[in-house]
Design a protein around this ligand. Structure first.
Ligand code: ZN
Length: 289
């Protein structure tokens, strides 16, 4: 359905049946047609230049030494909606705290699973008529988002309550929407374009595509060859050992066995030699494209 933002006048497409609607241009939130006031923001502490510097100085595995010579190509500030909760398990007042949960099911770029968004240091949000960022629509309702995010809090409360033999009940309340900033960046290294995402409040690189350096490729090749020759030597030695014991020459079979094992063992190392682009994702292993 089409919605007209009462603050900036922009028209945007909003999902049917959503409890909260977010204007993608100014961030104004509507609930049942009225402006919803409980909206907060984490201020981006990194500007565009600082965000690019984080990426160029990050140096993931096998990235080229001169990655800092890359040139910034594009930078977009995105705000992802989080739901803010006052977490309270009755009667454990001493454990009461604030927590946030991602309000989108599929973020528009990589965000680590169970990313711990802070709940402190938020400030009240005021929409602005300058379009400087992209605001994203919540996709989940606050109850669903909390059901997915509540487990660690509930676990803590349960173990705490067990010590005192008290029954507990979840009295957590929904407090509002918080925008969390990310820089979505594009940079160019030797004529090729790569994407990256930087947490604009905390400064960490959460996603980064990068070229694998010749040095990195050479190191992988050396590793692959080491695995391969090591296996052949081991296989030959085993073959010779069996030959001596049995009185027949099985050395060649041992070498062959070692070679087969070695190829299997070095296959993953060889992929780094052939491929040229890798992806770093915070909390995950590096993937080669
Ligand atoms: Zn608007």
């Amino acid at each position: 359905m089409k919605v007209r933002c009462p603050y900036c006048g922009a028209e945007y497409e909003a999902p049917e049946g959503a409890q909260y609607l977010v204007c993608p241009y100014c961030g104004t939130v509507l609930r049942e047609g009225k402006i919803f006031e409980s909206v907060y923001l984490f201020e981006p502490r990194l500007d565009k230049t600082a965000a690019f510097n984080r990426v160029f100085g990050f140096r993931p595995w096998a990235s080229p030494r001169d990655l800092g010579t890359s040139s910034p190509a594009d930078a977009e500030l995105h705000f992802l909606p989080l739901y803010l909760y006052y977490v309270y398990f009755e009667p454990l007042k001493e454990l009461a705290t604030y927590a946030t949960a991602l309000a989108v099911e599929r973020p528009p770029f990589y965000v680590p699973r169970n990313y711990r968004f802070p709940a402190r240091w938020r400030i009240p949000f005021k929409p602005s008529l300058e379009r400087t960022a992209v605001f994203h629509q919540p996709q989940l309702d606050p109850e669903t988002a909390w059901a997915a995010a509540s487990k660690p809090y509930e676990k803590e409360a349960r173990s705490y309550a067990a010590a005192f033999k008290k029954p507990i009940s979840d009295k957590t309340t929904f407090e509002g929407i918080v925008y969390y900033p990310f820089w979505k960046l594009k940079y160019i290294y030797r004529g090729k374009e790569y994407n990256a995402v930087v947490d604009a409040a905390e400064g960490n690189v959460v996603y980064m595509e990068y070229p694998i350096s010749r040095r990195g490729r050479a190191a992988s090749l050396a590793a692959a060859i080491t695995i391969l020759t090591g296996s052949v030597v081991l296989g030959t030695a085993i073959g010779m050992g069996i030959s001596a014991a049995k009185g027949v020459d099985l050395t060649l079979w041992g070498s062959l066995g070692g070679l087969i094992g070695g190829i299997a063992g070095s296959a993953s190392a060889f992929t780094y030699v052939v491929e040229r682009k890798a992806v770093y994702r915070e909390g995950q292993e590096i993937e080669v494209l």
